[in-house]
Write a protein of this length. Structure first.
Length: 328
């Protein structure tokens, strides 16, 4: 994992959104010689207006806690108070350096120096936004995209929950990074679709143009146009498929839902997000029906009629709850 990925994890940690695995990864990097040398360089380049005595005292204090943590390692595998305090201090120091703020304010800072911008799209809605660097993002239903004030100043890192299509503005000096749970997607300038709903067992990245690098579980995979990478959250493996019609994977932008041998259970989840309803499948057999083909944007009733003509099912609608049963 590269340095800017760890930096983004620091941001997540201060927002209390990191997993135990991510915290362990951060601590391992924070204790590395590479991190210490880099942090020392950044510290030395910090604002010269800060009292050097105060600055050096703070740095010494931080490293003393790091050293204490190293000594404690042989005593127990996971010492929560020490690990947490060291990492929280590390985050504060790192954010001050990256944000260009005075080190003098370390003792008063947490994550207040970072202002987060978040765009949320409710179920049944879609949206198109433009990021400060000129990147265009189409967001699908039930999705959230967030970034902080470091975006386009120090880096180009966004966090995605849900599904989005990106047309990334090129900037070789600042790679564009999409962070989803357990994964990073790194690009310079390209078009790609990411589907990463936290309720799904698989996260899917489909490349339309350019090239992207996917990093998950400390393994890296390169994608080329019309390739699709599927990350299985259960076994933490990535599978790459060739000769994919990438345009079809983002046709939801044009109000077309396309399925390729998807179970009815997965189809139902997609329709729930698309129409902002609750769908109940009343039997395991119905859940296992498989759908292949497009559903062109239309009313909920029209979509249900198409499904009932295609599959042996019946449905009832009670307010926003749709119950689908096998036709007897």
């Amino acid at each position: 994992m590269e340095r800017h990925n760890y930096i983004h994890l620091f941001y997540k940690f201060l927002k209390k959104r990191t997993s135990v695995k991510e915290i362990s990864s951060l601590l391992k990097w924070w204790r590395s010689v590479e991190c210490e040398e880099w942090l020392q360089r950044e510290w030395n380049e910090a604002s010269e207006t800060i009292d050097p005595v105060v600055k050096n005292r703070m740095l010494k204090n931080v490293y003393s806690h790091i050293a204490k943590h190293r000594i404690d390692q042989h005593k127990r595998l996971f010492h929560i108070p020490v690990r947490y305090w060291v990492l929280k201090t590390a985050c504060s120091v790192l954010l001050l350096l990256l944000g260009g703020m005075g080190i003098y304010y370390l003792s008063h800072s947490d994550n207040s120096s970072l202002t987060e911008t978040a765009v949320s799209v409710e179920k049944g809605q879609k949206a198109k936004i433009q990021l400060p660097d000129g990147t265009n993002v189409w967001m699908n239903s039930d999705s959230k995209l967030s970034y902080n004030t470091a975006f386009n100043n120090k880096d180009r890192v966004v966090e995605l929950e849900g599904e989005a299509y990106f047309e990334v503005s090129k900037n070789p000096d600042k790679p564009f990074i999409v962070h989803i749970p357990d994964m990073f997607i790194r690009v310079l300038g390209t078009n790609f679709n990411v589907k990463s709903y936290t309720t799904d067992d698989e996260f899917i990245t489909t490349l339309v143009a350019g090239k992207v690098e996917i990093e998950a579980n400390q393994k890296r995979t390169i994608l080329y146009p019309n390739q699709k990478a599927v990350y299985n959250r259960n076994n933490q493996e990535i599978t790459v498929s060739d000769e994919v019609d990438a345009a079809e994977c983002s046709c939801w932008r044009d109000n077309i839902l396309r399925f390729n041998s998807e179970t009815f259970e997965n189809v139902a989840e997609t329709l729930e997000r698309y129409y902002n309803v609750t769908i109940v499948l009343d039997s395991e057999k119905v859940k296992r029906f498989r759908m292949t083909g497009p559903l062109v944007n239309s009313s909920l009733e029209s979509t249900l009629e198409v499904l009932s003509l295609t599959f042996p099912i019946t449905y009832t609608i009670d307010n926003n709850i749709i119950t689908i049963k096998e036709k007897k």
